[in-house]
Design a binder for this molecule. Sequence first.
Ligand code: AR6
Length: 181
Amino acid sequence: MRKSIGSGTLSIVQGDITRQQTDAIVNAANSSLLGGGGVDGAIHRAGGPEILKECEQIAAEIGRLDAGGAVITTGGRLAALYVIHAVGPIWRGGNQGERETLASAYRESLMRAVEKGLGSVSFPSISTGAYRFPVDEAAGIALGAVRDFMKGNAGLKLVEFVLFDAATLQAHEQALGQIEP
Ligand code: AR6
């Protein structure tokens, strides 16, 4: 499923983000930047040790990365040239600024891509696994944030959501059907 946004395309597919050939893929990381389970574990396994080495260098420089932030490293052995490590919020019931923090994680990721002049980026569903953000609401926030960013950045030609399971895919398809282009 896809929609034209400005001069680019917003697309939703089911699959494994580690296999995408976009310029960058986004990792749902944690504040340590030193790896974890879920999509984070899969990206480090597939991309090899070079990614972790750069993450360690960044962590040594900046310390922990607050939720809502994103940093960029090499893609190591991945087809994607870069990995953008974004930290989403842990869901604590919705009164701790989780929605705004989630939108920020998407925006900051796209800023890192634009700073490098990249044209295509793939996202997983940030925060809806181990961090327990309800996926129906997260999908609307994610797509809205990406749409708003794409409208102001003509260089971004393709932003793809690569979703692992059918329920997450369906939540994003429904949200894409509802957002205004
Ligand atoms: N491709 C695409 N999506 C995937 C893949 C994959 N290969 N593997 C899992 N997913 P999660 P979070 C989906 O838990 O909620 C880590 O330990 C998964 O089905 O990976 O942001 C970090 O280090 C779900 O829909 O990320 C943090 O500590 C989505 O990716 C913490 O988990 C996100 O699930 C971050 O939690």
